[in-house]
Design a protein around this ligand. Structure first.
Ligand code: DX5
Ligand code: ZN
Length: 216
């Protein structure tokens, strides 16, 4: 499978959000990544339902919604209503993860589980049969534009092996510090979905940068 690219709106110009979503529409990007932060799970607040709803109206690609919030169970159906196609919850925020991902799928969304840099991927062994994607955080979540944590390569390889050996139908997504220099090695190590915020939106030509992240 060719890898997918999911530009993160966290680094978009919020005063011109529709324009930036249309820019992603016109690019070779596969999904649109929306980072939801509650000021509790992470030390930052981003945006919520009304913004995702507005994005959905303009978007012509699936919305890949990444919840960096505590107790996500309270809002799963609200994200479906807002337009999420893929809904990812943080492993560290879910006491009953199996129930949570089943509920996400029952609502008609793809279910993802994100792990923070300190969380071993071995902890995911028993959830792999129930999910569609693992998001490996390659920075500490909360902010765009941080540096990639190199130890992540080992986690990606380990998870790739777990998925292949178990013949699971699960994508590996990486999020944080992805750029046009490390994209190739990440995909070679086993990544299926690249998220990139700062790299795309701080570049002179975001459409061209998305192309570089897609074809190398
Ligand atoms: C970080 C978010 C990321 C962020 C990535 O907490 O989950 O999705 O937008 O940003 P960059 O690509 O700028 O590191
Ligand atoms: Zn994210």
């Amino acid at each position: 499978m060719d890898h997918l690219v999911s530009p993160s709106l966290l680094s978009a110009d919020f005063g011109n959000l529709a324009r930036d979503v249309m820019l992603i529409n016109d690019s070779v990007a596969d999904w649109i990544h929306c980072d939801i932060m509650d000021g509790l799970f992470v030390p930052n607040i981003s945006f919520g339902f009304p913004v995702v709803k507005a994005v959905k109206k303009v978007a012509r690609k699936p919305l890949d919604v990444h919840l960096m919030i505590i107790d996500p169970d309270r809002y799963l159906s609200r994200w479906k209503d807002a337009g999420a196609d893929i809904l990812t919850v943080q492993y560290e925020a879910c006491t009953h993860l199996n129930r949570t991902v089943n509920e996400i799928r029952n609502l008609g969304m793809k279910a993802g589980v994100a792990v923070n840099p300190h969380t071993p991927v071995s902890l995911l062994q028993n959830i792999l049969p129930y999910i569609d994607m693992v998001l490996i955080m390659t920075v500490n979540p909360g902010f765009g534009g941080q540096s990639f944590i190199p130890e992540s390569y080992r986690k990606i390889s380990e998870l790739r092996k777990m998925i292949d050996v178990g013949k699971h139908d699960v994508l590996i997504q990486v999020d944080g510090g992805v750029d046009t220099r490390n994209a190739n090695e990440l995909v070679e190590t086993g990544v299926d979905v690249l998220v990139a915020g700062n790299t795309v939106f701080s570049s002179e030509d975001p459409v061209e940068t998305i192309l570089k992240l897609k074809h190398f």
